[in-house]
Structure formats: structure tokens, C-alpha cells
Design a protein around this ligand. Structure first.
Ligand code: UDP
Length: 319
């Protein structure tokens, strides 16, 4: 573990990693990278590296967990042994059970669970590399994996933390700021501004709490814009791939789907005036190249079943 820094904020108002006090870490997003999952997302948030996979809606096992009127949401947060400085003991612990619970609750109200009674929506989180703020980064990734799986939601969930170091509020704490800071308050927010997760370690005054909440909400709005852009880019690229891979007929089908009465898409004009580039073959030449199948096929002499034909030739027949 690093030593406690003497100062977290320098005379220019910059933090140890060069960020301003209200600046989030860089975010990198890749959507739909796991073939076996219904939806997936790999997300880097500063030095955090997170994989999220979503399965469902699917059958509930064990069955006694199923709900007659809605889908259940399950969230499993797991930290890989190699994700932290000191090896983490594999398997669930108190912390991962707590993170899983609060993160599930951050999503439950945002998903239209009533559309899928007796089914389960499973969210799996693997922390591959941790550097503080893993629960918030994981929520951002899970939100995109849910969208990738096509799970109907009221909106996306975006998440980041606000904290306090050197008696100053800072947005999105890194590892040293989290370990040695005076407070850490992760929040998650829906697209329409509802807070769906709020936790706090340490101490903030009422004024600091209000100001910190505003900073975190602003951070979530920035993250939402990045999530939205990543989804749009992903679906634009997927659409292009579908069109490139599809046979010509279905490409025409896709392109005419969006036609309306006021704005019909016209059929392409196919002209007979194809310019002769020297490779043109006329119909008679094509006919000559086609072998006369009747010569190769001789009728079976079975009188009971004259419809059966045999493709044995005299040469192939073993006497
Ligand atoms: N951490 C660790 N070992 C653990 C749990 C956490 O080294 O078993 C580190 C990890 O880098 C994590 C940070 O402590 O990101 C802060 O953990 P916290 O419980 O505050 O959750 P987070 O901020 O990651 O949501």
C-alpha cells in the first residue's frame, strides 16, 4: 500500500493524478464483447477494469425464488484475486455481498420487471483491476450490459463517488484518496435524476453533503452522456455489420423498413442498358455450357415404381 501523501491537492488546485477537483477519471467502454452472454460490457474507469455480463430474462433456479408477478433481479459482484495489490481471497465475502445488494437495488426500480413474471435477470460483475470506485464503475458497466441484452428499462443508471481530502470536496476518488481521505460517498442516478444508491463512509457537514451531492450528480450526467454515445456507436456499427453480411435481398428489406407513406423509399431503377465491358456473356453461350442432365440419368426399370430414377451409368454398374 502507498504511503499517505502529505498533500492531496497542490497549490494550483490539482490532485496527485493531475485532475481538477471536479473532474472524473477517463472512461473507456466496449459493449457486446462476450458471445455467450445476452448482453455485456467491458469498462475502464481510470485504473479500474470491469467486465459485466447479463443473462435473461430466463428461467429461475432455484424455482422457489421466482415471483409470480415480476422478474427477479440478481447481481453478483466479484473481485478477482489478482485485481488488488494484496491477493484477495477468492469467493464472496461480507463486502462483496453488501456491494451486490446495494447495486441490485440501484437497478431494480429502473427495470420493467413486471413484463417478465417468473423469470430472472442475472447481472455478473468481475472486477479485473481495482483502483477505488469499483462499485460505481461496475454499475456503469452493468447498465450498458443490460441495455445490450435488450432488457427494457426506464433509462440508464450512471454512478460515481464524491469525497473529501484536505478539507476539500473532490469528485471520483482514486485509491489513495479513498484510502486516506476524510469521506467517500458513492451515488447512482437514473437518467431522470432519481438517486438509486447513496452510501457514505467518513464525515461530511450538511453543507458539504449538499454540495457533494450536486458534484456527484454532475459527474453522473457526464457519465450518462458517455454511456449514451457508446450505445449509439455500438448499434451503428452493429447495424453496418448486419447490412454488410446480409444477402442483397434482405439488405433491401432492412432499408425499406423505415419507409413511410409520406416518405416512401423508391425501388432502385434497374436498367437494361448495362455498358458492355467485354465480359458480357449472351444467353445462348450460357445454355451451351449447361450439361444435358437427361444424358447422365437413366430411368430405373422397376415397373412398379417408375418414378424412381437412378443416376448409375453403364460404366459405374458392377456386373
Ligand atoms: N480493496 C482492496 N482489497 C479488498 C477490497 C478493496 O484492495 O479486499 C481496494 C480496491 O482497490 C477498492 C478500494 O479498496 O477499489 C476501495 O474499496 P471500497 O470498499 O471503498 O469499494 P469501491 O470504492 O471499490 O467501490
Amino acid at each position: 500500500m502507498n504511503e499517505k501523501p502529505e498533500k492531496f491537492i497542490d497549490e494550483n488546485g490539482l490532485r496527485l493524478d493531475g485532475r481538477k477537483i471536479d473532474q472524473i477519471r477517463d472512461i473507456k467502454i466496449e459493449i457486446g464483447i462476450l458471445n455467450r452472454a445476452d448482453g455485456s460490457c467491458y469498462l475502464e474507469f481510470g485504473n479500474n477494469k470491469i467486465m459485466a455480463a447479463v443473462y435473461g430474462p430466463r428461467e429461475v433456479h432455484p424455482r422457489h425464488q421466482q415471483k409470480a408477478t415480476k422478474a427477479i433481479v440478481r447481481y453478483k459482484y466479484n473481485m478477482a484475486s489478482f485485481s488488488v495489490e494484496d491477493r484477495k481471497r477468492p469467493g464472496p465475502d461480507r463486502r462483496s455481498i453488501e456491494v451486490s445488494k446495494v447495486s441490485r437495488e440501484a437497478f431494480e426500480k429502473e427495470i420493467f420487471t413486471e413484463l417478465y413474471p417468473k423469470s430472472a435477470i442475472d447481472i455478473f460483475i468481475e472486477i479485473l483491476q481495482a483502483d477505488a470506485g469499483t462499485r460505481t464503475a461496475a454499475i456503469n458497466a452493468a447498465s450498458l450490459a443490460l441495455a445490450d441484452a435488450g432488457i427494457p428499462m426506464r433509462g440508464l443508471i450512471s454512478s460515481c463517488a464524491v469525497g473529501k481530502v484536505d478539507d476539500t470536496l473532490i469528485l471520483d476518488l482514486n485509491k489513495d484518496e479513498d484510502n486516506y481521505g476524510q469521506a467517500d460517498m458513492p451515488i447512482a442516478m437514473s437518467t431522470d435524476g432519481k438517486i438509486t444508491l447513496l452510501q457514505m463512509d467518513g464525515h461530511l457537514t450538511q453543507e458539504e453533503f449538499k454540495k457533494g451531492l450536486e458534484m456527484a450528480q454532475q459527474g453522473c450526467r457526464e457519465i450518462y452522456e458517455l454511456q449514451r454515445k457508446a450505445l449509439i456507436d455500438h448499434y451503428n456499427n452493429t447495424q453496418k455489420e448486419i447490412i454488410q453480411d446480409a444477402p442483397v435481398e434482405s439488405v433491401k428489406d432492412i432499408s425499406t423498413e423505415s419507409a413511410t407513406e409520406e416518405d416512401p423509399i423508391e425501388d432502385p431503377v434497374i436498367s437494361d442498358d448495362v455498358p458492355d465491358n467485354g465480359n458480357t456473356v449472351n444467353d445462348d453461350e450460357i445454355k451451351e455450357d449447361i450439361p444435358d442432365e437427361k444424358e447422365e440419368v437413366i430411368l430405373d426399370e422397376d415397373e412398379d415404381n417408375p418414378a424412381i430414377v437412378s443416376d448409375e451409368t453403364e460404366d459405374d454398374t458392377l456386373e
